[in-house]
Write a protein of this length. Structure first.
Length: 82
C-alpha cells in the first residue's frame, strides 16, 4: 500500500472556509474529516455511488427545507387522486 499524501489548499476565501466549517459541524466531523469525505465522494466511480437517502436528508437539512405535509398525508393524497 502506498504511503499517505498530504495536500494543502491555499487562498481559500473566508466564505468557503465558513461553509466548510459549518458542513463539517453538521456532519459531526472535523474540517479534515469533511474534506476527506468530499474527496472520497468526488473520486468514487459513479456506478458505486447509488442512492443515498442519508445524503438527501443532509442536503434538505442544509437547505432548511421543510414539508408542510406528513409523508402519510402526501401518499394518501397521491393515492386518492388516481
Amino acid at each position: 500500500m502506498a504511503a499517505s499524501v498530504s495536500l494543502s489548499i491555499k487562498d481559500v476565501p473566508p466564505e468557503v472556509a465558513d461553509a466548510l466549517r459549518a458542513r463539517a459541524a453538521q456532519n459531526h466531523r472535523s474540517i479534515q474529516g469533511e474534506l476527506m469525505a468530499i474527496l472520497e465522494e468526488a473520486v468514487r466511480p459513479a456506478r458505486n455511488r447509488g442512492f443515498d437517502p442519508d445524503r438527501l436528508i443532509r442536503m434538505a437539512a442544509a437547505l432548511d427545507l421543510k414539508s408542510s405535509e406528513s409523508s402519510v398525508d402526501l401518499i394518501r393524497k397521491m393515492r386518492d387522486s388516481r
